[in-house]
Design a protein around this ligand. Sequence first.
Ligand code: SF4
Ligand code: SF4
Length: 305
Amino acid sequence: MVQINHEKGMVFNIQKYSIHDGRGIRTLVFMKGCPLRCRWCSNPESQTFFEEIMFIKNKCIGCGKCVKVCPQKATDAKTFEIDRNICTACGNCAEVCYANAKKKVGTGYSVGEIMEVIEKDRVFYRKSQGGVTIGGGEPIAQPQFVLNLLKECKRLNIHTAIETCGYGEWKKVKEIFETVDQILYDLKHMDEQEHLKLIGVSNRLILSNAEKIARMDKEILFRIPVIPGYNSNDENIIESGKFIKSLMKFNEQIQVELLPYHNLGADKYTSLGRTYQLDDLKSPETEKKEHWNDILESCGCSVVR
Ligand code: SF4
Ligand code: SF4
């Protein structure tokens, strides 16, 4: 069982001046830790709830400093690879690596510390109608911390959005959805068995939470990552479209957007000592995306193209 610290949130990145992931200019806060394991995840460093070290081998200049400072003797003196069975993620190696080949991912932040970063950009939010988007990883997997952060943003009248897979016990996550202004909600597969096979959990909780948030008066954008050969068949797109359309009776503002597969995160798996499982997969062609968008529109969905 993962122990979550409610005072500090485990964050793997804070990105400023983003124009994606919500309206206007935004600050993105990426929470670290996710209960799902999508094989196509482009941020594998976001998956675990603990600190990790990335080793970007092509940046290494072979100075050997990381070997000398490792208290665990976890760094190979010739290859500088990390034995992750004994590495404690103390971060010593990252501190001395001036080539930035070793990098620690995962930092515990208090709400106040994140707000200090956010407040510096308030002028951009005001001018662009932007705000703060909390993504991940999975933000609702650190529910109390994320709720506190959202409340603090609301207190300062900052627009908030959340990117979520929706996999969280309703009584623990309800207040997050009640508090946030905009919800970007992933739908990965409509078939329960396929969902279980692909991602490791059933989609029941995700679909049932989707219906609950649809009943709230919120800006909601469903996002479907389209992964060729995994969830890209017309049947799944039709079922997704029908499901989203069925929720529009509660909330006419609901929209849907496709996120076609890309492999931009593949190298990060190697840096973390893991194997990327979709090496041979290609991004879908533009015509295919248009075809899927047409299907969603024929189901009555409002599509963001
Ligand atoms: S400190 Fe960085 S650059 Fe030097 S050997 Fe270690 S990983 Fe390579
Ligand atoms: S994080 Fe610490 S324990 Fe792990 S390889 Fe680097 S110096 Fe060694």
